[in-house]
Every structure is written in structure tokens, then in C-alpha cells.
Design a protein around this ligand. Structure first.
Ligand code: NAD
Length: 358
């Protein structure tokens, strides 16, 4: 087997601190279990802008292209908020997604039973929650043409966007969802608004057609308004949900908040060959950057996702997830997930505890 290459892009704010902990975990898996990967660091976001004048330097793009996977911290911060939009830190992230054609966004919403109290919902409704939302990321109304704001004959202005999906775009995201469900509980719920939008009428038709190639998968369909309601009413009914860019944007944030712990959730964005960019769902948290108090677990769990979905190494992914479970069982908590009676730890202490659990 060839050594796999991982591009490591810590980015800004707490990105530096949390990625350092994730790198410690990768290094331990290399030493203890023969994980065959090499790491190379690159610049992205505001820190890249400061050094090179671009939030996504050509060198970083090149590194991302030639790597098998990318581990990203977070980008952004107060310091860069007044910059021109073309060179804002977020452009680094969007640029990577676009250049690498990362069309499938995987957003798990997992609530560890140990943290059930962190949710605003009743513990019995959310404890043990484990949903995977698969969001189409490069098409739909966020990218459809024509778009703009125009002035009508009577002088009134009108804003307009276009919701558009090709069959090939729908079938490839459906396939990702079915493949993932096959590694989980074999159930997919496709979310659309087929009663109102022709575009999603086609969505439903193509998802049904793609499902015929996956005989073990149980497929259901739900309108987006109902899906939003069900997510809050009885979230544990879902295994994998697959949906359009805009619906997925909204539903995945809703699902994330069911868990009440932004510092615990990883995410992935995949291309057609399952090459992926892995990152925590949270941002660069400039309010706590540099204090060694950020929760590194979302980033460490992003490594587990990378192993599972891009590097085909479920064994080491399981090792990480088991170690994370163990530190939670042991009562270790960073300040964002702290509750009475638990042991408060720093970013690096949490990383060390995961290492010990490996
Ligand atoms: P944020 O996710 O950075 O922070 C929201 C709140 O959650 C803050 O109070 C923060 O301290 C806390 N928090 C976030 N991650 C945490 C962690 N790992 N441990 C403990 N607490 C944590 O969102 P924001 O404040 O809206 O944005 C801050 C910056 O991050 C902005 O510049 C924004 O553009 C950027 N951002 C980047 C990404 C990304 O890189 N993918 C995503 C969202 C926001």
C-alpha cells in the first residue's frame, strides 16, 4: 500500500490549537498501529493572507490537490473582517471546495449520552442521537444562474435566484448517501419540496431511480417543512438524510444544535472519488483563541471521519471514537461542555487524554 498524504491546514484562531491535538492523535496511530500517512502543513485563511496576500495561496491549493485528504481547522477572525470580500479568510475555504469539486457535505449530528444534558431538548429525545446529513454542496439555488437584482419597468426592484439541479448532480449525491447508509443502519430519508418545486420533483425521481441499485437500503421521502419538524420532535427516527444545498444548510445546523455542543461535531466534504476535506463544524472562535481552552474533540473526530470515509481505515476510526467515548466516560470536559461534578481540562489536556485512551 502506498503512503497516503494528508494536507494539514490549521487556519486561524483556535484552528492552530485544535489541529495540533488532532496531529498528536494521528502521530500516535502511526507509532502504535502502523497508520501509513504523511502530513504536510499549509497556510489558509487570514493567516495565509497575512503572509502571502491570498487566503488560498497557489502553494496550498497545489498541496491540497496532490494530497489524499485535507484536515482543516477553521478560518476567520475580527482582524480580517474589514478586508475586501475577494481576500477574506472564508474565500480560502470556498476556494478549496470549488477547486477540488467537493460536492458532498457530510454533517453528522451525534449526541454522546454522556452529554445529553447539553441539549436544549429533553435528554430522552436526544440521548444517543446519531444522524448523518448528506448535503449537496456545489449546486442548487446558491449557484444557479440567472441570479441578481433587477429593476422592473415600474421602477421597483426585484431579487431573483434560480434553483437548478441536473440529473447527474442528483444521482451522484444520492449515491453518496446510499453508500454511507450501507456503512450504518441502511436507511435514507431524502428531503425535498416536490409538491411545490419542479426541480425537487426531478430530485425525488432521480433519487428513486438511483435507489434501485441499492437493494438493501430502505428509502423514504419527506417534505422539508415536515423534516424540520420531525428533527425537533423525534430526531432519532433518522439514520441518513440526503438533501439539496439550501435545505441541507438549514437542516444540518438545526441537527447540530440538537446536540448542544458545537465543539464535538466533525464534518466532511467529499469529491466523486471520496477524496475529502475534514473539519470541525465550528469556526475559529476568536473570543477564546490562544487560551488553550477550546474543545479539540470535533477536530479529532474529523480525523476519525477521514479514516472511515477517505482512507478506508475503519479500524483506526473506531479506535479514535472509542478513545473519545472513554474520556467522556471518565468525566473530562473542556469548558464548553463542562457541567457540575466533571473535571475541567484544557485543550492540550483533552488531547493527551485521547492519546492515553488510544
Ligand atoms: P464560532 O463557531 O467560531 O464560535 C461560536 C461560539 O462557539 C463562540 O463563543 C466560540 O467560543 C464557541 N466555540 C466554537 N468552537 C469551539 C470549540 N472548539 N471549543 C469551545 N468553544 C467553541 O462562530 P462565530 O463566532 O460566528 O465565528 C467566528 C469566526 O469564525 C468568524 O470569522 C467566522 O467567519 C468564522 N467561521 C469559520 C468557519 C469555518 O472555518 N468553517 C465556520 C463558521 C465561522
Amino acid at each position: 500500500m502506498m503512503t497516503k498524504k494528508i494536507a494539514v491546514l490549521p487556519g486561524d484562531g483556535i484552528g492552530q490549537e485544535i489541529v495540533a491535538e488532532a496531529v498528536k492523535v494521528i502521530d500516535r496511530l502511526k507509532q502504535a498501529y502502523g497508520l501509513d500517512v504523511e502530513l504536510e502543513q499549509g497556510l489558509v485563511g487570514g493567516s495565509a493572507y497575512d503572509k502571502t496576500g491570498s487566503p488560498l495561496p497557489e502553494e496550498t491549493l497545489q498541496l491540497a490537490r496532490e494530497s489524499d485528504s485535507i484536515l482543516l481547522g477553521a478560518v476567520g477572525g475580527y482582524k480580517w473582517e474589514s478586508l475586501d470580500i475577494a481576500v477574506r479568510p472564508e474565500k480560502g475555504l470556498l476556494g478549496l471546495r470549488a477547486e477540488l469539486e467537493l460536492f458532498a457535505n457530510l454533517r453528522p449530528a451525534i449526541l454522546y449520552p454522556q452529554l445529553a444534558d447539553a441539549s436544549t431538548l429533553k435528554p430522552e429525545v436526544v440521548s444517543g442521537l446519531d444522524i448523518m446529513i448528506v448535503r449537496e454542496l456545489t449546486g442548487g439555488i446558491y449557484f444557479g444562474q440567472p441570479r441578481g437584482i433587477r429593476t422592473l419597468d415600474n421602477g421597483e426592484r426585484e431579487g431573483y435566484n434560480t434553483l437548478v439541479y441536473r440529473e447527474s448532480e442528483i444521482s451522484r449525491i444520492a449515491k453518496v448517501a446510499f453508500d454511507i447508509a450501507a456503512k450504518r443502519d441502511n436507511r435514507v430519508c431524502s428531503v425535498d419540496k416536490a409538491n411545490v418545486l419542479e426541480c425537487t420533483e426531478l430530485w425525488r425521481e432521480v433519487v428513486n431511480k438511483e435507489a434501485q441499485r441499492f437493494s438493501n437500503i430502505e428509502l423514504s421521502h419527506m417534505y422539508v417543512d415536515n423534516a424540520a419538524m420531525q428533527l425537533v420532535r423525534e430526531p432519532k427516527q433518522f439514520d441518513v438524510m440526503v438533501t439539496t444545498n439550501m435545505f441541507g444548510d438549514i437542516l444540518s445546523d438545526c441537527a447540530a444544535m440538537l446536540t448542544g455542543s458545537i465543539g464535538m461535531l466533525p464534518s466532511a466534504s467529499l469529491d466523486i472519488n471520496s477524496k475529502g476535506m475534514y473539519e470541525p463544524i465550528h469556526g475559529s472562535a476568536p473570543d477564546i483563541a490562544g487560551k488553550n481552552i477550546a474543545n479539540p474533540l470535533a477536530t479529532i473526530l474529523s480525523v476519525a471521519m477521514m479514516l472511515r470515509y477517505s482512507l478506508n481505515d475503519a479500524e483506526n476510526a473506531d479506535r479514535i471514537e472509542t478513545a473519545v467515548n472513554k474520556v467522556l466516560d471518565d468525566g473530562l470536559r473542556t469548558q464548553d461542555i463542562y457541567s457540575d461534578g466533571m473535571k475541567k481540562v484544557s485543550t492540550s489536556e483533552m488531547g493527551d487524554a485521547v492519546l492515553a485512551g488510544l
